[in-house]
Design a protein around this ligand. Structure first.
Ligand code: COA
Ligand code: AMP
Length: 630
């Protein structure tokens, strides 16, 4: 069936469509219906089903005779190691880990934080939680202790599973002191921590609280899969919002299983025995969906890559992994390709490898620029498919469904809405806009299975953030347009979220950090264009009256403060001191106008600006650091 027919079929009978898709999942007790609209505008799917995620991702494949097939390949250029785990081994390891967690009191519904780098044990920890019905929350390793502490207090975990260290090309990341610092800072204390000791750094365990990964599993009885109801939260994943407090996106179990299984076939065209690789991190939604769950649910082999696109050891690493492990579908962020293109502009390293198994390259996480797409298409000789999604949805809202039919690729567009998503472009008043006109992108409710039903501990915030602006719709926070053929174009965010190297960051959170510097009276953070990372954060600092300290010194302290409070992932390296910030007469800081000045783009003088002369001061300050040159 072609894409248009499939989409029409979903439109005609959404519930029937999802019930049919549910056939790909092993149920303990099948759902009798798909949608539960009893609490609209809060929707749930498959609520009366009983199911277990780990069973679907691991055990059922062993039962079907695929025990000897590779489930996970860990390819780690930063440690110089490679390691294969079969489905049978994965089942043993996960059942034992789950047994050990259960022996220490972890039960269905308990939260467990996972703070680990790209090692297979991170997936095993996620799957062990899923096996017990415990709700995991993975925290990205590039966050500072303070960010970890905020998440500990929000989801109140009974346990934290962490690694002694992570390995970045330029340094060893000491996870254990970060973990200890976070627990010290947090009001909530976990009952216990499980520490995976790596040979690169053995951490000191805290007596009475910490147990070692291997020893605590010794002699325990392996745990079986615990059935949970369809709406049971599978995990919480925190993402950036407008304020400093991260949003805890809740992922419902059954919808997650059904939707991910569908996407593996329809979008990525992968099934049992195929090798699938998403070069992301388990700390991000891409890692949750397409390093861990979806490939395993589909019976594929997934690759856990512990390295970078460049420098580990060179810009040919991605091509080496694809060739060596016979990757069929590959998924990465445009920024990673830009890094490779910068080191190897002629794509010479691609020629060293046999990429004949590769059928397509998928890009997401940020806008894919035409240069990067053209470069990849030219050198890899496969379709380069941009697709658009968010932590909130957990999978693509718009894509080019390779497994159904490859639609004509329009460079600059992540193609068309997937079944389940009725995507509309709206004006401020919520009216649909004509093709080609820029507006807010919204999705008609209900959202499909697997998308967020709410935010953890924050139903009001969920409603206010997503459901209030356009009643009857989910507000994506992205702006863009649709063309005459129904292709979407995602152009910008409508909020203060910026995207740095495919990482979603809140300028509001960064402003909260800067405002805490003793000499800073007022501040603003914007995202300016960056050739490698898409956007790069830039701070504006107005100092307290009478402060006559060296500006460079204050900027340096602010850079340090950001690293300490948010973490290296914020990538905050630049700030300028200014006398005043441009504002509207009602006092709103004109961040958008500052972005335009920094990026040297034309802009319309805001009608409500308080004092236009401030814009010249901003321009001069930006020129001082090499921006706003025109
Ligand atoms: N743990 C600890 N620190 C981490 C980290 C982790 N897991 N990941 C990144 N960092 C640190 C880096 O070491 C760096 O620190 P530094 O300031 O001391 O150098 C900082 O965070 C910024 O990292 P990054 O954004 O990765 O920049 P980079 O210059 O090291 O690398 C790229 C640039 C383009 C190679 C890199 O950003 C990249 O691979 N991006 C792809 C991102 C991606 O796949 N996103 C998933 C979305 S789908
Ligand atoms: P995250 O929740 O971290 O996955 O970030 C989601 C945001 O990243 C989206 O709301 C978009 O702003 C941006 N994004 C993701 N994929 C794309 C894409 N293919 N094109 C443009 N922007 C994208």
């Amino acid at each position: 069936m072609a894409y248009r027919d499939l989409y029409a079929k979903w439109q005609t009978d959404p519930e029937g469509w999802w019930m049919e898709a549910a056939g790909a999942i092993d149920w303990v007790s099948k759902p009798t219906h798909a949608l539960n609209a009893s609490r609209a505008p809060y929707y749930e799917w498959f609520t009366d089903a009983q199911v277990n995620t780990c069973w679907n991702a691991v055990d059922r494949h062993v039962l079907a005779g695929r025990g000897k097939q590779a489930a996970i390949i860990h390819d780690s250029p930063v440690t110089g190691t490679k390691h294969v785990i079969t489905y049978a081994e994965l089942q043993d390891r996960v059942a034992r880990l789950a047994g050990a967690l259960r022996a220490k009191g972890i039960e269905k519904g308990d939260r467990v934080i996972i703070y680990m780098p790209m090692v297979p044990e991170a997936l095993e920890a996620m799957l062990a939680c899923a096996r017990l019905g415990a709700i995991h929350s993975v925290v990205f390793g590039g966050f500072a202790a303070n960010e970890l502490a905020v998440r500990i207090d929000d989801c109140t975990p009974k346990a934290i599973i962490a690694t002694s260290c992570g390995i970045e090309p330029n340094r060893v990341v000491h996870y254990k002191p970060l973990l200890d610092g976070a627990i010290e800072m947090a009001t909530h204390k976990p009952d216990f921590c499980v520490i995976l000791q790596r040979e690169q750094e053995v951490a000191k365990l805290t007596p009475g609280r910490d147990v070692a990964w291997h020893t605590f599993q010794y002699g325990v009885e392996p745990a079986d899969c615990v059935p949970v109801s369809g709406d049971h939260p599978a995990y919480i994943l925190y993402t950036s919002g407008t304020t400093g407090a991260p949003k805890g996106v809740v992922r419902p179990t059954a919808g997650h299983l059904v939707a991910l299984a569908w996407t593996m076939r329809a979008i990525y065209n992968c099934g049992v025995g195929d090798v699938f690789w998403a070069a992301s991190d388990v700390g991000w939604v891409v890692g949750h969906s397409y390093i861990c769950y979806a490939p395993l649910i589909a019976g594929c082999t997934t690759i856990v890559f512990e390295g970078k696109p460049v420098g580990t050891p060179d810009a040919g690493t991605f091509w080496r992994v694809i060739a060596e492990h016979k990757v069929r579908s590959f998924f990465t962020a445009p920024t990673a390709l830009r890094a490779i293109k910068r080191d190897d502009p002629e794509g010479l390293l691609v020629k060293d490898y046999n990429l004949s198994n590769l059928q397509a390259l998928f890009l997401a996480g940020e806008r894919a620029d035409p240069d990067t797409i053209n470069w990849a298409q030219r050198h890899l000789n496969v379709p380069v498919i941009d697709h658009w999604w968010q932590t909130e949805t957990g999978y693509a809202i718009a894509a080019n469904p390779l497994g159904i039919e490859l639609l004509p690729i329009k460079i600059g567009s992540p193609s068309v809405a997937m079944p389940g998503f009725d995507v509309q472009v709206l004006d401020e008043g919520g009216h649909p806009m004509a093709p080609g006109t820029l507006g807010a992108i919204a999705v008609k409710l209900p959202l499909p299975p697997g998308t967020l039903p709410t935010l953890w501990n924050a139903e009001e915030r969920f409603k206010k953030s997503y459901l209030t602006h356009f009643p009857g719709f989910y507000e994506t926070g992205d702006a863009g347009y649709v063309d005459e053929d129904g292709y979407l174009y995602i152009m910008a965010r409508t909020d203060d979220v910026i995207n740095v190297a495919g990482h979603r960051l809140s300028t509001g959170a960064m402003e909260e950090v800067l405002a805490n510097h003793k000499d800073v009276a007022e501040c603003a953070v914007i995202g300016v264009a960056d050739a490698l990372k898409g956007q790069s954060p830039l701070g504006f600092l107005c100092l307290n009256k009478g402060c006559n300290r060296d500006h460079a010194e204050i900027v340096k302290e602010c850079v340090g403060l950001m690293r300490e409070k948010i973490g290296p992932v914020a990538d905050f390296k630049r700030a300028v001191v200014v006398d005043r910030l441009p504002k509207t007469r009602s006092g709103k800081i004109l961040r958008g106008t500052m972005v335009k000045i920094a990026d040297n783009e034309a802009f319309k003088m805001p009608a409500t600006i308080d004092d236009p002369a401030i814009l010249d001061e901003i321009r001069v300050a930006l020129q001082g650091i090499g921006l706003a040159k025109g």
